[in-house]
Design a protein. Structure first.
Length: 278
């Protein structure tokens, strides 16, 4: 089963009457093209926690009137985990399958909910014949705020709340996207605090390099525990994330210290949707 199946099914189960998420195939059948393709990703399709982020990204896109579509059951893994684990052959097979599909649909612009997908499609696919404008959802949110299409009003107030942002490796250090997620948080009028290690000096959540899918090698401390200690030292009420892998690792770290009631881990899209009452 492919990605969008889970997305479409889940979305229909939860207030799907409010959300209209067409597939590329459905739009093609009508002779239409979307402004942007939403690349859902494996986590956004199948991980229950990440599905909430997927829904909120769709709510934001629909709220501002952007014509978008997903690939649905035609979407498959970008090949990022295979490549990071060292299987270049499998990566190229997966990548070529996606590139042929994207080119057949004449896709020009893609927004992703995951920095791993963002990095792979943006930086790895051009060498295999797939060149597209690729943005991360935090960049889209920043653009919409700058254009006045999104405002932190009509929903939950984050004014005065202490929020810190964890830089995903493939968003920050790999692609130098540091300001977009912070701009999305600045509009909230919250109390933003930076972690000791942030931006170009950020620390991995512990999931990178395909470590998400295996137990770590023996050592003194798990990376996500070290990162969580830094987060708790900043004493935030909310930890903002921009990656489903980081979401899992940081949530597990917060649970490890029994701090779930004191510190909430939320994606930039979830915070934006809440602030706008979506």
């Amino acid at each position: 089963m492919h990605q969008a199946t889970a997305l479409t099914g889940q979305v229909k189960n939860k207030k799907m009457s409010e959300l209209n998420i067409p597939t590329m195939a459905e739009l093609l059948a009508k002779g239409e093209e979307p402004e942007i393709l939403f690349w859902v990703g494996c986590a956004g399709s199948f991980d229950e926690r990440a599905q909430k982020i997927t829904r909120d990204i769709c709510k934001i896109l629909q709220h501002v009137g952007i014509k978008f579509a997903v690939l649905g059951t035609e979407e498959s893994c970008t090949g990022d985990p295979a490549k990071r684990a060292g299987n270049e052959f499998l990566f190229q097979m997966q990548a070529m399958t996606n590139i042929e599909l994207l080119n057949a649909y004449n896709v020009k612009k893609i927004v992703t909910g995951c920095p791993h997908c963002f990095n792979t499609i943006r930086n790895e696919y051009p060498g295999l014949g797939g060149t597209y404008e690729v943005i991360h959802h935090s960049q889209l949110i920043q653009e919409l705020i700058n254009e006045g299409k999104l405002r932190a009003e009509g929903g939950e107030s984050f004014k005065g709340k202490k929020i810190t942002f964890h830089d995903p490796c493939y968003l920050g250090r790999a692609n130098n996207v540091y300001e977009a997620p912070r701009k999305a948080l600045e509009v909230l009028d919250a109390d933003l605090v930076e972690l000791k290690r942030c931006k170009s000096n950020g620390l991995c959540c512990g999931a990178g390099g395909a470590q998400m899918f295996k137990e770590p090698e023996a050592g003194n401390k798990d990376i996500n525990i070290e990162r969580t200690e830094e987060i708790l030292a900043a004493k935030p009420q909310i930890v903002a994330a921009g990656c489903p892998f980081c979401m899992t690792m940081l949530s597990d770290g917060i649970k490890n210290f029994d701090k779930e009631k004191e510190v909430e881990v939320l994606d930039i899209a979830e915070i934006t949707a809440r602030a706008n009452g979506l």
